[in-house]
Design a protein around this ligand. Structure first.
Ligand code: PLP
Length: 225
């Protein structure tokens, strides 16, 4: 199947899940996660009118996107991977949205870069929703303080983001993220990937991040994460 056919199929599945949940599919942004895939794989989606793309590494995004954006200036780039504070300025210069704001030092670095550049990409605060030690994301207990800090620093908080534990039913984790967002008065929910996006849409996802279901499997570990 061609990438644009896959895109249409996924849009159809999102629309179906949204309908079941009495939601408007237009309230769900499909982020095509193009990490590890070359510009030639991305172009057909841009040509088909898709505009939201996700990359997890600043360096890779910097290598691919300036040329693509020359041809498609309205493409929107979402940085979805863990971000080092020393990459904050590059991230702010490049991204339309940053989905992995997860700690105080990064809030400070992003705020400084935004003030310096006069550019304010939408920020999603990543929550370590399964309390997994090896994963990024702020601890649930630390979320209110981190959000307060981010608001004080004038980061435009667009939503919460999570990556639920692998290999178990994701729905309870999506529901928990939705509850945390409600408690904090936050509208956006970046959750759901290739294997579970319909569930995420039914639970309220506003942004789903879909890679392999659109582009095919990535190369094995090392390049994949
Ligand atoms: C790679 C990645 C995705 C997409 O994963 P698929 O299973 O390929 O859809 C989504 N979110 C994040 C944070 C990722 O790193």
């Amino acid at each position: 199947m061609q990438a644009d056919d896959r895109l249409a199929a996924i849009r159809g599945r999102i629309a179906h899940a949204a309908k079941l949940a009495r939601r408007d599919a237009a309230d769900v942004t499909l982020i095509a996660v193009s990490k590890t895939h070359p510009a030639e794989a991305i172009e057909p989606l841009l040509a088909a009118g898709h505009r939201d793309f996700g990359e997890n590494r600043v360096q890779e995004a910097e290598a691919k996107w300036p040329a693509l954006r020359e041809r498609y200036p309205d493409a929107r780039l979402h940085l979805i991977g863990q971000l080092q504070s020393n990459k904050a300025a590059e991230a702010v210069a490049l991204a339309d949205a940053i989905h992995a704001v997860d700690r105080s030092s990064l809030v400070t670095a992003l705020a400084k870069a935004m003030d310096a550049q006069g550019r304010r990409p939408a920020c999603f605060v990543q929550v370590n929703i399964g309390e997994e030690p090896q994963k990024g994301g702020c601890a649930i207990a630390d979320l209110p303080a981190l959000l307060a800090e981010a608001r004080t620093a004038h980061l435009p908080i667009a939503g919460l983001m999570c990556l639920p534990p692998a290999g178990v039913e994701a729905a309870p984790y999506f529901a928990l993220l939705a509850k945390l967002a409600r408690d904090e008065g936050i509208a956006g929910l970046s959750m759901g990937m290739s294997d579970d996006f319909e569930t995420a849409v039914m639970i309220g996802a506003t942004h789903v991040r879909i890679g392999s279901a659109l582009f095919g499997e990535r190369q094995a570990a090392g390049t994949a994460a």
